[in-house]
Design a protein around this ligand. Structure first.
Ligand code: PLP
Length: 392
């Protein structure tokens, strides 16, 4: 209210300027006004222009187009989380009576979504070892509509037989969905190797700063892509403009961060291998990696920033390890600029029995590291000191 008692503050839009901001503007508007109903009709029919933010907004488009470029594709969408990207793909592509075959070491929530939620909608699911294509083939059913895999498994860093799986998907006419979160488009290009759909947890390496939760989904086929877009809009999985804005900011340094983190991981893996108290180290750069023969074929020279190691000792040793490394965040995530340490037996794999974990080679001394961009000498020093203290 002005002094006179009249409401004089109106929405007036943005001041005009001959110059433009260098930084992508943040556009939080939920609605967009159109000049007249004919124009609005065109907006809906031609999917041009913005109408309502749940159906699409410029900050999501700016971010999606950049990830599209990295994946060598067009038309990807941003969702509110990595899980909602996977959810949107399921909702768009599956119907009751279909079967989905998943890798048996998928991200924990993906395993749960498949084993507990999809069956409620009449979708059958099963899992097989993606490093063994004959096991995958044996799990195929006449109604297998989709295969969902991750290229590098969590937390045992196994490398899937992507060539064999792509051939299998083609042979049986199933959609191949690749969760490229761990490998990123810098480490693996799914569409060059037979994928139909790619999903990301943008939360991780792409955004890179552990301050947004976002996902990305894209299909090569335009009709499927429209279905994924509609699932996102209808089920309300849409991302917030502010999160998209932050993630785009992070994405500008993604390639630099990835290269540095990967180089650090390679050096850290080699350094950890020789320490007393370390039973084994898992990183694709190491010659004793269990899938060494496949690493070149699938990953080339991009071993990535994720490694795992196993200490001799039980829970006490594990507790001592995290306490002795106060500068390494003990936190169950990955892809941050800072190195993070996670302990699968007490986090991602806590739902399994001790025997179930043992089958995967995950003992109480098992740790996963998401290597960050810090000074490598400092990192090696901190890990060596902590391991020495924990296993003494
Ligand atoms: C984190 C993660 C997800 C889930 O992503 P959110 O953004 O946390 O929902 C899915 N797949 C993989 C491989 C992940 O690491």
């Amino acid at each position: 209210m002005s002094k006179s008692g009249k409401s004089i503050v109106r929405r007036t839009g943005w001041p005009t300027s001959v110059s433009h901001p260098v930084v992508t503007p943040l556009q939080p508007s939920v609605v967009y006004s159109s000049p007249d109903p004919d124009t609005l009709d065109q907006q809906y029919e031609q999917k041009s222009g913005y109408t309502y933010a749940r159906e699409g907004h410029p900050n999501a488009v700016v971010l999606a187009q950049k990830i599209d470029m990295l994946e060598g594709v067009e038309g990807g969408i941003i969702t509110g989380s990595g899980m909602s990207a996977i959810g949107a793909v399921f909702l768009a592509c599956l119907k009751a009576g279909d079967h989905v075959l998943g890798g048996n070491q998928l991200y924990g929530r993906s395993l749960r979504l498949m084993s507990q939620d999809l069956p409620k909608f009449g979708v059958e699911t099963s899992f097989a070892d993606p490093t063994d294509v004959s096991a995958m083939k044996a799990a195929v059913q006449p109604n297998t509509k989709m295969i969902l895999v991750e290229v590098v498994s969590n937390p045992t860093i196994r490398v899937a037989d992507m060539v064999g799986i792509a051939a299998l998907a083609k042979e049986i006419g199933a959609l191949l969905v690749v969760d490229n979160t761990f490998t990123t488009p810098r480490g693996y290009q799914p569409f060059e190797h037979g994928a139909d759909i790619v999903v990301h947890s943008v939360t991780k390496l792409l955004a890179g700063h552990s301050d947004v939760t976002l996902g990305y989904a894209v299909a090569k086929d335009a009709e499927l892509q429209t279905a994924i877009y509609d699932a996102n809009a209808s089920w309300g999985l849409t991302a917030s403009p502010f999160d998209c804005w932050l993630a785009e900011r992070g994405l500008h340094s993604f390639e630099l961060r990835y290269d540095r983190a990967e180089e650090n991981a390679t050096k850290l893996a080699t350094a950890l291998k020789d320490l007393d108290g370390v039973k084994r180290v898992l990183h694709p750069s190491l010659p004793d990696h269990p899938d060494h023969n496949r690493v070149q074929q699938v990953l080339g020279n991009r071993p990535g920033n994720m490694l795992s190691f196993e200490l001799t000792g039980g829970r006490e040793t594990a507790n001592a390890m995290t306490k002795a490394a106060p500068n390494i965040a003990f936190a169950p995530t990955l892809g941050d600029i800072g190195t993070t340490l996670s302990h699968p037996p007490s986090s991602s794999h806590r739902g399994l029995t001790t025997e179930g974990r043992a089958e995967l080679g995950i003992s109480e001394g098992f740790f996963r590291v998401s290597v960050g961009v810090e000074d490598i000498d400092l990192l090696i020093e901190e890990f060596s000191t902590a391991i020495k203290a924990a296993t003494a």
